[in-house]
Design a protein around this ligand. Structure first.
Ligand code: AMP
Length: 404
């Protein structure tokens, strides 16, 4: 029987993540990362069948050299996979208001992705580069765009509007878009299976907690509010991003302290969040180590992370009314019993009671409910964005397998 394989690409400006996924069952055939684009030390690493490999790419390589290495050296030569591919699926960070679902890429779609670059200047131009390079490397394969923002296009205006002059929305599309939509979609469907409830009857709050972190209110299977905004800088305390902020701080930094706008954005995006508060790292494992060694700033960083998250979750009782479950996912959500128990402790007004053993056991890819019988439900679900991209891609293209 032929597998339906999809090459999933996530192209950044200086790196590219890739995976070959079986769209039928989510099985990962291989995955890897090409990085240090446009630098002398450009390189690529990948893992397949339990074996990890790495090599340097020609100096100053970027997307097209990386993609052609992936196709020729890894997929064709090493894996001997020349058939069974049905599509290339691209993760696209920003689809603006134009893209409300995944689409097959043609010239108009590519133009649309480039037009959204003003909303995601770090990501969308790199996605467009990756799409063009993939079109050259896979001339016979359809390319599909799967948007992080698409899932949130169901939000009502009262949730997605900023209280700014209305013309800034009408003329410049300044509004909340939200991110992590692909992850939200996946875990919501998994939760529906666990709770044995139809997705379109399910109300959940999804806390996607990784380096970037967001929380989303999902009513009857659809996003109705989310913490990330015009860009992924808004909302929760993150690895290096500040999340919610009084905008006057920006004016203060510029006019009183002499920062340039670039300097301010560098602070807000790269020097804030857990890193800025703890002074230790943006990596949650290192913050936990600091907390266990009694570091006051690591403790404060964890307290702030948890407090803001719990406040957001509590506030989403407003749009949802009834909450079937809180879902924890992402690197921190899937692996930190400490964060989950502390967040749920702050939510005792709703009656959450953690099952210590189940909470401890839900790590390293184990999923399940972590609250005691009789408590409102909280659960851990490992996310799988690549599978959603592969599934959407396979669904959108012909079932017929093509040769590379
Ligand atoms: P992601 O962006 O989803 O890959 O998540 C990355 C974040 O997950 C980093 O802050 C990691 O430190 C964190 N993380 C990974 N494993 C653990 C763990 N065992 N305990 C706490 N945090 C973890």
């Amino acid at each position: 029987m032929n597998n339906k394989l999809v090459l999933v690409l996530n192209c950044g400006s200086s790196s590219l993540k890739f995976a070959v996924i079986n769209a039928d069952n989510g099985g990962e055939i291989m995955s890897g990362l090409a990085e240090c684009f446009n630098l002398p030390e450009a390189r690529i690493k990948w893992k397949m069948a339990g074996t990890k490999k790495s090599t340097s790419l020609p100096p100053y390589s970027a997307h097209s050299a990386a993609i052609s290495f992936i196709v020729e050296e890894i997929i064709k030569k090493e894996a001997g996979l020349t058939e069974q591919f049905v599509a290339v699926g691209h993760r696209i960070v920003h689809g603006g208001e134009r893209f409300t679902e995944s689409v097959i890429i043609d010239d108009h779609v590519l133009e649309g992705i480039e037009q959204c670059s003003s909303l995601a200047p770090l990501h969308n131009p790199a996605h467009a580069l990756g799409i063009r390079a993939a079109q050259v490397a896979f001339p016979a394969l359809p390319q599909v765009a799967v948007f992080d923002t698409a899932f949130h296009q169901t939000m009502p205006a009262k949730a997605f509007m900023y209280a700014l002059p209305y013309h800034l929305y009408k003329e410049y599309s300044i509004r909340r878009y939200g991110m992590h939509g692909t992850s939200n979609l996946f875990v919501t469907h998994e939760a529906a299976k666990i709770l044995n409830k139809p997705v379109d009857d399910l109300n959940v709050i999804c806390a996607h907690l990784g380096n970037g972190a967001s929380v989303t209110a999902i009513k009857k299977g659809q996003s109705v509010d989310t913490s990330m905004g015009l860009t992924p800088l808004d909302g929760l305390v993150m690895g290096t991003r500040c999340g919610d902020l009084d905008p006057s701080i920006i004016e203060y930094l510029i006019t009183r302290l002499g920062y340039s706008i670039e300097g301010v954005m560098e602070i807000l995006q790269k020097q804030s969040g857990l890193l800025g508060i703890s002074g230790i790292s943006s990596d949650f494992r290192e913050i936990i180590a600091g907390y266990e060694q009694g570091s006051k700033r690591a403790t404060l960083a964890i307290d702030m992370f948890i407090y803001r998250l719990a406040k957001y979750i509590a506030s989403y009782a407003v749009p949802l009314g009834h909450i079937d479950a809180i879902i924890f996912t992402g690197g921190i959500g899937e692996n930190s019993p400490l964060v989950r128990s502390k967040v749920l402790e702050l939510l005792t007004i709703f009656g959450y009671q953690v099952d210590g053993e189940k909470n401890k056991a839900a790590i390293l890819g184990n999923q399940g409910i972590i609250t005691i019988a009789g408590s409102p439900i909280a659960m851990v679900i490992p996310t799988n964005e690549e599978w959603v991209i592969a599934q959407d891609s396979a669904k959108l293209v012909s079932n017929q397998s093509l040769s590379l």
